[in-house]
Ligand binder design. Structure first.
Ligand code: SF4
Ligand code: SF4
Length: 445
């Protein structure tokens, strides 16, 4: 398939990056690079979503990787997984045989799947701070995204999502559900919560978002980018950390930050050579400074959570404080304009400072869930779906349907606005459109 046909099909199918912020794939792949990396290093503890897809679709992932390599003029392709995925390794080895694509197996550390960390591990190059893999001649594609690319090559739109449902549920499972399925229905399909006052983590334990309000949870749906639903008891360590107020974080930073700099020394971005020192942000924040140039360093933070949930002996909140500064800078139009040099001396220490996933789980008070291998829950089809028109980077899609319209699964319901960055949205259920607003609701037949 030639380059323009591939990009056209990926655009028509509404493929977005499924491992992150949902960047439209037809825009990401419209560039020239040397290396394309298929990212199968699912690094968040408890999630099995990418592993589930790789076990079942190794051949399709490799076929899509070859097509993306050809479209981007890449001479090298790498499928990156973890050493511990022995079943997946066997399938991937068979899938890449004779293609010239390499299979790389990484140790089980966090965050092995972060683009900057992965590129550094595989290519020995550091992407500059605030840069992209293409700055060093690479592009990283999540394996779930590549599976969607393989379907797009056959004219199939993105309609379903694989989701790990785990934690305090009766039957932890990996489900395949239509995009727009209510999160609570996914949890109920797994037997429901087994704790009296649950809270819900959307995504993984390190980078996911908590929903503690039952009303908000009822409105929450599965999107193209959401691969995890974790049920925890209210008041769990992670929940307490996620719900500290800014005032509490500031008081704690001022009173308890001992400037030991473990947060900096274990920061994965610092350790690939970024001149970012988060203990300095903490010092400024604890002292009440919030717009100094030094604090603009916070822009380099990936919000991986290592500093906050693993490194800090005082259990302070450097990640949340960086995230808060980043939001403030965006609002005020402030940009980091300091050095983007790579500090080689820092990356020399990188291999000694990786965070083993099991030790991380102990620190997160998640060890009791680590032994759970979610069962294959198969496909779950709800009676209705509510499909957001904005589940990707860029502008929201513009609705192409009205209440009362009959739609089939795969029909276009949201178009990219003229001239904008965005992604198409498709019906994930066959039925009748019941409501159109910022989302399209469909009642199944
Ligand atoms: S690790 Fe914690 S106590 Fe040490 S410098 Fe960082 S925020 Fe402060
Ligand atoms: S969250 Fe912490 S460890 Fe992760 S990049 Fe930001 S400062 Fe570094």
């Amino acid at each position: 398939m030639n380059r323009s046909t591939l990009l056209q099909r990926v655009r028509e199918a509404g493929v977005v990056g499924e491992g992150g912020a949902g960047f439209p794939a037809h825009v990401k792949y419209d560039a020239q690079v040397e290396t394309v990396i298929a990212n199968g290093c699912e690094c968040e503890p408890l999630l099995y979503t990418d592993q589930h897809i790789m076990l079942r679709h190794a051949g399709e992932i490799v076929a899509a990787l070859k097509a993306v390599m050809a479209a981007m003029g890449a001479s090298r392709g790498i499928v990156a997984i973890k050493h511990k995925y022995t079943d997946i390794a066997a399938r991937m080895e068979a899938a890449v045989a004779g293609t010239g694509i390499d299979l790389a197996q990484l140790d089980n550390f966090y965050p092995a799947g972060d683009e900057h960390v992965l590129v550094h591990e595989l290519l020995g190059r550091s992407i500059p701070p605030l840069g992209l893999p293409k700055d060093v001649g690479a592009v990283v594609a999540n394996v779930g995204t590549l599976y969607s690319v393989s379907r797009a090559m056959n004219g199939q739109a993105v309609t379903h999502r694989v989701v790990t449902v785990t934690g305090e549920v009766a039957r932890p499972s990996v489900l395949t559900v239509p995009v727009g399925t209510a999160a609570v229905e996914c949890i109920d399909a797994c037997g429901g919560p087994v704790v009296g006052d649950p809270v819900y983590l959307l995504g993984g334990p390190m980078m996911g978002r908590f929903v503690g309000d039952p009303e908000e949870m009822r409105r929450t749906v599965v999107t193209k980018t959401g691969g995890g639903l974790i049920v925890l008891p209210r008041g769990h360590y992670l929940h307490r950390m996620a719900t500290l107020s800014v005032r509490e974080m500031q008081k704690q930073a001022g009173a308890a930050c001992i400037q030991c700099r473990y947060c900096t020394d274990l920061c994965p971005r610092h350790n690939i050579g970024h001149g970012f020192e988060t203990h300095r942000v903490m010092r400024a924040f604890g002292g009440g400074v919030d717009t100094a140039m030094g604090v603009l360093q916070a822009s380099m933070c990936s919000e991986c959570g290592v500093c906050e949930l693993f490194a800090c002996p005082m259990r302070l909140s450097p990640r949340r404080i960086n995230a808060m500064f980043k939001a403030k800078f965006r609002q005020e139009g402030l940009k980091y304009e300091g050095s983007r040099e790579i500090v080689d001396a820092q990356s020399i220490l990188n291999s000694f400072r990786k965070v083993p996933t099991t030790r991380l789980a102990i620190k997160l008070d998640l060890l009791k869930y680590m032994g759970i291998h979610p069962e294959d829950g198969g496909e779950f089809t709800p009676g209705s779906v509510c499909i957001p028109l904005h589940q990707h980077t860029g502008a929201p899609a513009v609705a192409r349907v009205r209440p009362g319209d009959a739609v089939k699964s795969g029909d276009l319901i949201g178009e990219i606005p003229e001239g904008a960055l965005g992604a198409r949205v498709h019906a994930s259920l066959t039925g009748t459109v019941t409501d159109v607003g910022s989302a399209v609701s469909i009642k199944g037949k």
